[in-house]
Ligand binder design. Structure first.
Ligand code: HEC
Ligand code: HEC
Ligand code: HEC
Ligand code: HEC
Ligand code: HEC
Ligand code: HEC
Length: 497
């Protein structure tokens, strides 16, 4: 017999290994071909192509090597006889039958494994797979995303980004996620922040140029209090977003100060959700270093617990750019201000917020209860309104149900409270994690808290209808008297749940 390969190849182990390796390699090529020809992307097929099949491929290769080693050692020891393929005598009817069965069987097996992998491939693309297996878990993130400014940006643009390294990293963690899903081992709610999120430089900054200069952004807010007349007040402010670069000459504002343009800011958080920041360090381009420490925080031997130093990037402020779970106050104010919830309904602000904030066991129970609670409230407390304004009540109820539907996910234990939004300072510490007026450097510099640092309130109309305005900024008139100057209070003392 003429042999193409070295003698050591011809042994059952190596040949079996070769068969396994060839079949899995063939399947990988087959699936990659399908993926190339298919118009849509199927993320979890990647798990099969990049994780499961390669395991078999590698197993096959190991078997080949092991078989060869074992046989060459035996050959050297003179133990092994020359390998011979079995001789099959086709004149014997039994051999002919056995061969036909084997031959037809092999063809069928190959056909079905190709067919099977094609079916598996189709399945990962089906609504059933995504809907039942993944969407139930990511329903909160997905729902919020669909009504956000990034609804047209693919998940992978922020969660994976360009380049092969992170792609493979995510495919591997994707395999774990499939396992966690199938065996019901995923956490509820899914924790935030994501500890190993790809740095924003490599994701957000692919689309948003950090040195880009944004001028001031105007924000108009209308608020309603939780009293009988739903007292209304509104304000108008300019946010000093800024940005820019030394070359263009226009440099100022929030982005300019934090985004590695003049300063590199690093910090240490003492909790895993990064809500308490006792230590902050800035390093200017010419190497000046300033360390700020919170006077409210008790440092043991001058060290900070959990001393993982993080470099500030977009996510430290924009941590909810797309999975935005709106708090009930803002969401109801918004709907009232555009007339979708009727402001003539007595107490509608507080009733709506209470109905949304009750805890319900399932989404459907929540939606049904909201209707019952609000109807019952007007029926018993304001029978006249109930009789005369039933249309307005019905419409308001459907709007409130919609707010619930988009922002509360009881099955996954997800709502706004578990997901701090770091932009602002009213419902979560946000900017005041550092800008609380209590972070001092050794030479007495403070991270500023004064109310005009980040925005100018240019007009405000209070609950009595009195308006005040100035382009130089006016002081914020809190709707109810707080008893102390506004720049000395911490909003979250009262407004955080
Ligand atoms: C605009 C960028 C962006 C897009 C697009 C995006 N995400 Fe996110 N995602 C984020 C950021 C930022 C976080 C929070 C990271 C942090 O705080 O560490 C996050 C967090 C998450 C989390 C963790 C739980 C949480 O809510 O914090 C999940 C799960 C998630 N995203 C899934 C998805 C899915 C599924 C899609 C596509 C439907 C998607 N994301 C699209 C930026 C994005
Ligand atoms: C694939 C491109 C892309 C990526 C990646 C991306 N964005 Fe955006 N982003 C957009 C687009 C498009 C808009 C909408 C633009 C507009 O309204 O002018 C937007 C809008 C925004 C806004 C304004 C939202 C508003 O309320 O108007 C913020 C803030 C933002 N992005 C932050 C981020 C952050 C933070 C990340 C990284 C986690 C990110 N973006 C990643 C494309 C992207
Ligand atoms: C120190 C906090 C902070 C950091 C860090 C930060 N931003 Fe912002 N950014 C803000 C604030 C505050 C606003 C205005 C409020 C808003 O739009 O929600 C804003 C607004 C924006 C907008 C919307 C501008 C507009 O005209 O509507 C974009 C886009 C944006 N940021 C992108 C980024 C990107 C990309 C990064 C990272 C390179 C980043 N930001 C880092 C605080 C920050
Ligand atoms: C991790 C701590 C940290 C957080 C969080 C933070 N900042 Fe800052 N910020 C700083 C430090 C430190 C400086 C001072 C930089 C300097 O003096 O070199 C600063 C400076 C600024 C300045 C310039 C102030 C000046 O002197 O003109 C503005 C504006 C600003 N921050 C806005 C914001 C806004 C808005 C937020 C929230 C969206 C925010 N910051 C969140 C640390 C932080
Ligand atoms: C470090 C920057 C910074 C400082 C200092 C600061 N603010 Fe703000 N403030 C913000 C940002 C950012 C927002 C969110 C704007 C938005 O809606 O996107 C905000 C929002 C607000 C709002 C609207 C709240 C809401 O969610 O509707 C009020 C009112 C307000 N600030 C008042 C004040 C007062 C009063 C002070 C002084 C004690 C102050 N701010 C100091 C950054 C700052
Ligand atoms: C001592 C407690 C307390 C502090 C501190 C406080 N507030 Fe309030 N705030 C209230 C109360 C009470 C209301 C009335 C709520 C209602 O009627 O729904 C209110 C209402 C508001 C509203 C209208 C809310 C809505 O639901 O429409 C805004 C905006 C507001 N406060 C901003 C701030 C800001 C910004 C700060 C920090 C600079 C702050 N508050 C600090 C107690 C406080």
């Amino acid at each position: 017999m003429r042999k193409t390969f070295p003698e050591s190849v011809y042994n059952p182990i190596t040949l079996t290994g070769a068969a396994i390796a060839l079949v899995s390699f063939g399947l990988i090529l087959f699936i990659m071909l399908l993926e190339a020809l298919s118009p849509s992307q199927k993320p979890y097929m990647g798990v099969i192509v990049f994780v499961i099949l390669p395991v078999f491929l590698i197993l096959g290769l190991i078997l080949i090597a092991f078989g060869m080693l074992r046989r060459s050692r035996r050959l050297r020891a003179g133990k092994d006889i020359v390998f011979k393929f079995p001789q099959i005598d086709f004149n014997d009817k039994k051999n002919r039958t056995a061969f036909s069965v084997f031959f037809v069987g092999t063809i069928l097996l190959l056909f079905f494994s190709a067919f099977g992998s094609y079916k598996a491939y189709e399945y990962t693309d089906s609504d059933e797979f995504c809907g039942e297996l993944c969407h139930k878990i990511m329903d909160p993130e997905f729902t919020a995303y669909q009504v956000s400014p990034h609804a047209k940006v693919d998940c992978v643009e922020c969660h994976i980004g360009p380049g092969a390294g992170w792609f493979v990293r995510y495919k591997l963690s994707g395999a774990y996620q499939v396992y966690a899903t199938l065996f019901n081992k995923y956490p509820r709610p899914i924790p935030t922040p994501i500890s190993n999120l790809r740095p924003a430089k490599e994701t957000c900054e692919q689309c948003h140029w950090p040195q880009f200069f944004y001028s001031r952004k105007e924000v108009n807010n209308t608020y309603y209090l939780s009293d009988e007349t739903n007292s209304r007040f509104s304000l108008n402010m300019l946010l000093k977003i800024g940005g820019g670069s030394e070359e263009t000459g226009i440099t100022s504002g929030i982005h300019y100060w934090h985004m590695d343009i003049v300063n590199k800011i690093t910090y240490i958080a003492s909790d895993s959700s990064r809500q308490t920041i006792p230590w902050v360090r800035t390093e200017s381009k010419d190497g000046n270093v300033t360390v700020y420490k919170s006077r409210n925080f008790h440092f043991k031997n001058d060290t900070v617990p959990n001393s993982f130093v993080r470099t500030m990037d977009c996510i430290d402020c924009h941590n909810r750019p797309t999975h935005i779970y709106h708090n009930p106050y803002d969401a109801v104010n918004k709907m009232m201000s555009i007339g979708n919830i009727d402001t003539a309904l007595s107490n509608i602000k507080s009733v709506s917020v209470d109905a949304l904030e009750n805890s319900y066991t399932t989404k459907n129970a929540g939606l049904d209860s909201i209707k019952i609670i609000i109807k019952y409230y007007y029926k018993t407390k304001y029978p006249d309104i109930f009789a005369g304004n039933s249309k307005a009540i019905e419409k308001s109820i459907s709007i409130i149900q919609n707010i619930y539907d988009k922002n509360y996910f009881p099955e996954m234990k997800v709502n706004w409270k578990g997901y701090p939004d770091n932009i602002g300072h009213m419902y979560f510490p946000g900017c005041f994690r550092c800008h609380d007026g209590n972070h001092y450097s050794t030479n007495g510099k403070v991270i500023r808290k004064d109310c005009n640092t980040c925005h100018l309130i240019i007009s405000e109309r209070d609950i009595k209808g009195k308006a005040e305005s100035s382009l130089n900024g006016i002081q914020f008139e809190h709707p109810i008297d707080l008893g102390s100057p506004i720049d000395e209070v911490t909003c979250t003392d009262c407004h955080q749940e």
